[in-house]
Design a protein around this ligand. Structure first.
Ligand code: OFO
Length: 170
C-alpha cells in the first residue's frame, strides 16, 4: 500500500519517464535527419529503455493497490543542435531525472515507506548508469569537435548499442 501523496508523485514520475521516452524518440528522428544512423539508433534504444522505466513504475503503482493517472505528455523539441549539444542536453535531462528520483526517495524515507524505498533503489542505481553512459559518449565527442571522420567513428561505435534486456518484475 502507498500513501495518496506517494501515488500522486509516482504518477508524476511516470509522466516524466514518458517524456524521456518521447524526447529520445524525437532525438532519434533528429539524428536521422543529420545523417547519423548510429546516433539515431542509440537514441532509439534509449527510447526503448525509457519505455521500460515507465511500465516498471506503472506496474508498481498498480501492484501496491494504487491508481494510475496517465497525464498528457509535453511536446519535445524537434531540433537539438550538434551531436555534442544533443548529448549535453541528454546529460542535463538525466541529471534532472536523477534529482526527481532522489526527491521521491526522500518522500519514501520521510513516510517510512520501506517497500517504495526498495523499489526506488533500482532507479537510483539505474540513474548512475544512465549518467555514466552519456558521459562515456560526451568525452570522445568533446575530443573530436567538428572533425567529420571522428564523428563518423563515434556514430559507428554507438550504433552498436544492444537492445535493452527486459526488466525483471518488481
Ligand atoms: Fe528513466 O532514466 Fe532516463 O530519463
Amino acid at each position: 500500500m502507498i500513501s495518496e501523496k506517494m501515488q500522486v508523485e509516482l504518477n508524476e514520475q511516470v509522466n516524466k519517464e514518458f517524456y524521456s521516452a518521447y524526447m529520445y524518440l524525437a532525438m532519434s528522428a533528429y539524428c536521422n535527419t543529420l545523417g547519423l544512423p548510429g546516433f539515431a539508433h542509440w537514441m532509439r534504444m534509449q527510447y526503448e529503455e525509457e519505455s521500460m522505466h515507465v511500465t516498471k513504475m506503472y506496474d508498481y503503482i498498480l501492484g501496491q493497490g494504487g491508481e494510475v493517472h496517465l497525464q498528457s505528455i509535453e511536446e519535445p523539441a524537434k531540433e537539438y543542435g550538434t551531436p555534442l549539444e544533443i548529448f549535453q542536453q541528454t546529460l542535463e535531462h538525466e541529471q534532472f531525472i536523477t534529482s526527481m528520483i532522489h526527491k521521491l526517495m526522500d518522500l519514501a524515507i520521510s513516510e517510512r515507506d520501506y517497500a517504495t524505498q526498495t523499489f526506488l533503489q533500482w532507479y537510483v542505481t539505474e540513474q548512475v548508469e544512465e549518467e555514466a553512459n552519456v558521459n562515456d559518449i560526451l568525452a570522445p565527442l568533446r575530443m573530436v569537435g567538428d572533425d567529420k571522420s571522428g564523428l563518423m567513428m563515434i556514430d559507428q561505435k554507438i550504433g552498436g548499442r544492444l537492445a535493452p534486456t527486459p526488466l525483471p518484475a518488481n
